[in-house]
Ligand binder design. Structure first.
Ligand code: GLU
Length: 554
């Protein structure tokens, strides 16, 4: 087609665009970064919803950039106004910040930070149209005035002829339209979309190397896809090519659901004359379906745990979720962690080569195990601060109890902490209430009972004797020595070993006496060290609870 025709058409369609791609190239020069530095980006839509998959990808972006001395930036893909939620961008930034993803540049809550902006696609119309106009000038794009009805008819005819649906070949009715026909439509003020004049062939394919999927066959795109909508705003595909080129992205990390769009992206980059960035199409996060037992993608509708907010509101410390995601990212992470328990996850040499290429299975048990282990390594003060920060928002009753006497609460959190084998009671902050409840009279309840096989009169006698001998000043040995004396007096073996040798001679053993006391004092059969628990509760409360319990045994 004649160059004149294309130049005339370009002016007709986008008269307001007076700059050229070369001006854009100058405005956004290549970045001056050290050799090998990677430039990555997170490109969410401002729906305010962040899910596990997003944070999984964001961690890859962040690690790749910062491990190589590069840049990670945030671009807001807000060309689909219907999906936009008020305050969505702020929610995304806050949530990601909380999860340790700090952007070097990009969209901020109030504007932009960086030299490659604007970082909201809705503000980049002129940039997109500059490149779109160039494509028209080069005969690589053309306007299409088909109405939705006409497009529907094309699809119907294709369906009845069992042909691939889409706007291509002979179906692309505006592909080679006469300029007068186009002018007439424009004169009537008719809206048009801009389509890429595809050079691809149906059935042809070429090799493409993805850093996770390896070398894959990618079929040619042969559809004349829309690149600018009738409002002059691009859809995701065209914006992706222009933005990642001009923002000088070196690595695109996105989930594998974008793979089917790759043929079109390859063609777009080629038509625009851009070098393609490297691609990392990440596996999706899967779960075992409760009903079918089969692996399936996490769904926003069915799985509350898909949204990141769920983990936050359940009180999983950010460090726990991050730690868990790191184990999903690189299978050698756990081994590294075992050898380096005190290092930061950012010290781990993250590798793209070790990313899983098939789905990664989300496992709550594993997350909770990690939670228990991460929390067990925290100091009592750290636990107190984190729990109260969480409970202030999510559990008022617990919050009031803990903050009424911070020293008391800190003593509880110090129980069994700090040794070589710290207790692992808590996987998340929402476990705290159950764990600490017996320390607070308002939350204390008889949760478990003493086995019926013990005589009530024995239990009562043991408790009453304990009251008469309990002395807070006793050390652990002296305290336990008193339990042994009580045991012996009541026909229980003072040593477990003795009992095991001839159980028929005893009603039980000293451990059972301790268990009577534990149930009386904590309402449970299991608790942290009873001697320590009694010291935290204080003499008065201990005696009161033991007495109350004894009184119920009539
Ligand atoms: N805006 C796209 C999304 O919301 C981004 C895909 C990409 O990272 O390129 O999923």
């Amino acid at each position: 087609m004649a160059d004149n025709f294309n130049t005339e058409l370009a002016e007709l369609l986008y008269p307001q665009i007076t700059i050229l791609p070369c001006d854009m190239e100058r405005r956004y020069p290549l970045r001056e970064l050290p050799e090998g530095a990677k430039v990555t980006r997170l490109a969410p839509s401002p729906t305010g919803f962040i899910h596990l998959g997003n944070i999984y990808g964001a961690l890859i972006d962040e690690r790749l950039a910062h491990q190589s001395g590069g840049v990670v930036y945030l671009r807001i893909e807000d060309t689909d106004f219907k999906r936009e939620v008020k305050g969505g961008t702020a929610m995304i930034i806050d949530m990601l910040g909380l999860y340790g993803i700090k952007f070097d540049e990009g969209a901020t809550v109030t504007g932009d930070n960086g030299a490659y902006g604007p970082y909201r696609q809705s503000q980049r119309k002129e940039i997109y149209q500059t490149y779109a106009k160039q494509l028209v000038r080069e005969g690589k794009a053309y306007p299409c005035f088909c109405s939705p009805g006409e497009l529907g008819k094309i699809r119907e005819e294709q369906a009845s002829a069992k042909l691939t649906p889409g706007y291509y070949g002979e179906w692309a009715v505006w592909r080679d339209a006469d300029i007068n026909k186009i002018k007439a439509k424009l004169d009537q003020g008719e809206k048009f979309v801009l389509r890429l004049r595809s050079q691809g062939e149906e059935g042809k394919s070429s090799k493409f190397t993805d850093l996770v999927k390896g070398t894959i066959d990618v079929s040619d795109n042969f559809i004349d896809h829309v690149i600018l909508k009738s409002d002059g705003i691009p859809d995701y595909h065209f914006a992706h090519a222009v933005d990642d080129h001009l923002m000088r992205t070196t690595h695109v990390v996105r989930d594998e659901s974008w793979l089917p769009s790759l043929p079109f992206h390859i063609e777009l980059f080629r038509a625009l004359g851009f070098k393609m960035p490297k691609y990392i199409h990440t596996a999706q996060v899967l779960k075992l379906d409760d009903v079918t037992g089969m692996k399936r993608k996490l769904s926003k509708r069915k799985d509350p745990e898909f949204g990141l907010a769920y983990f936050y509101s359940s009180g999983y410390p950010v460090a726990v979720t991050t730690e868990y995601l790191m184990t999903l990212l690189n299978s050698n992470y756990e081994e590294w962690r075992a050898k380096n328990p005190d290092k930061l996850y950012t010290d781990f040499p993250f590798s793209v080569n070790k990313l899983s290429s098939s789905g990664c299975l989300f496992d709550f048990n594993k997350l909770n195990d990690i939670g228990r282990s991460v929390i067990s390594r925290m100091t009592a003060d750290e636990v107190y601060d984190s729990v109260t920060a969480w409970s202030g928002e999510y559990d008022k009753e617990l919050h009031t109890a803990l903050t009424a006497d911070p020293d008391y609460a800190r003593k509880i959190f110090a129980l069994g902490r700090g040794g070589a084998k710290p207790r692992k009671d808590l996987a998340k902050w929402s476990d705290v209430k159950q764990y600490v409840s017996f320390f607070y009279d308002g939350m204390f309840a008889a949760e478990e009972q003493i086995d019926d096989k013990f005589e009530k009169s024995d239990i009562r006698a043991a408790l009453e004797q304990f009251i008469t001998v309990y002395d807070e000043a006793d050390d652990q040995n002296a305290w336990f020595g008193k339990l042994k004396i009580i045991a012996e007096a009541l026909g229980f073996a003072p040593e477990v070993k003795q009992y095991k040798q001839s159980p028929e001679q005893y009603k039980g053993h000293v451990g059972d006496i301790a268990m009577f006391l534990r149930v009386a004092v904590t309402g449970r059969l299991n608790s942290p060290d009873l001697y320590d628990v009694m010291h935290i509760l204080g003499r008065q409360r201990v005696i009161e609870r033991v007495k109350n319990y004894a009184d119920t045994l009539v």
